[in-house]
Write a protein that binds this ligand. Structure first.
Ligand SMILES: [Zn+2]
Length: 245
């Protein structure tokens, strides 16, 4: 995306581009909209680092306060909790060094997964192949008793340890929030997907902006570009005047 993160036309363009794409592809668009990294560079970032970029974009666009809504699994009460991006960032910090698994003569060096790895896995013909692709992506080096071994030959317990080590190395790739129900006092872990959250928020913003353009275009005979060229504060004044009749 070109332009600064808050550029309304660029954001609307991104929403158009991402319409109908997978959540994974939308995440790449969002991460690419924060800063100047190329699409390829963003695809190569560990998932947790990508998601931090998405939350930084969110902070620039809508501020640091975040409302998370979830349904209590104990009593079905719908609960909203408000937290800040700072609190979310404190949930986990990705490790800068590759993870290392050592067990039963095996030594495996592994790295965090990236969006490019997910894309590669999603193109697999079945789930087993997808799993192997993910494992192969994150294994940098595997040895048994000092001899190199292909990733496909890792025994299941070692492969499971690798998956665990990768998750620990990039904890921000899955943000878990401990929520407590105000109604029944029960607690549970909710998973926050920054890309899904921010995309929904941005799509809602886009809908509201388009409605405002529609109202002003109809009232004054302006084109979309005319309306978007107005500073938001002046647009609000005109919307108020139209509303007052
Ligand atoms: Zn409850």
């Amino acid at each position: 995306m070109s332009g600064r993160p808050g550029d309304e036309r660029a954001l609307l363009g991104m929403l158009d581009t991402g319409e109908g794409l997978s959540a994974h592809e939308q995440a790449l668009l969002l991460a690419g909209a924060e800063g100047s990294a190329s699409d390829i560079a963003v695809a190569e970032l560990p998932l947790g680092v990508r998601d931090r970029r998405i939350l930084r974009l969110r902070g620039l666009l809508f501020g640091a306060s975040v409302n998370v809504q979830d349904t209590c699994p104990h009593c079905a009460e719908v609960m909203t909790c408000t937290l800040t991006l700072h609190q979310l960032n404190d949930v986990a910090t990705p490790s800068a060094v590759p993870a290392r698994v050592e067990a039963d003569g095996w030594t495996v060096i592994c790295r965090a997964l990236t969006s490019a790895d997910l894309t590669h896995a999603l193109r697999a013909s079945d789930r087993a192949e997808a799993r192997l692709r993910l494992l192969t992506s994150c294994v940098v080096d595997a040895e048994r008793d000092g001899l190199p071994v292909p990733t496909a030959q890792l025994p299941p317990p070692v492969a499971a340890s690798v998956v665990e080590a990768v998750a620990e190395a990039d904890p921000f790739a899955e943000i878990r929030l401990r929520l407590v129900c105000a109604q029944c006092g029960g607690s549970w872990d909710a998973v926050l997907d920054p890309a899904r959250y921010v995309w929904c928020e941005l799509a809602e913003w886009g809908r509201r902006l388009t409605e405002n353009v529609h109202v002003l275009a109809r009232a004054y005979g302006w084109r979309e570009d005319d309306v978007l060229a107005l500073p938001a504060s002046r647009r609000a004044v005109y919307l108020g005047l139209v509303g007052d009749g």
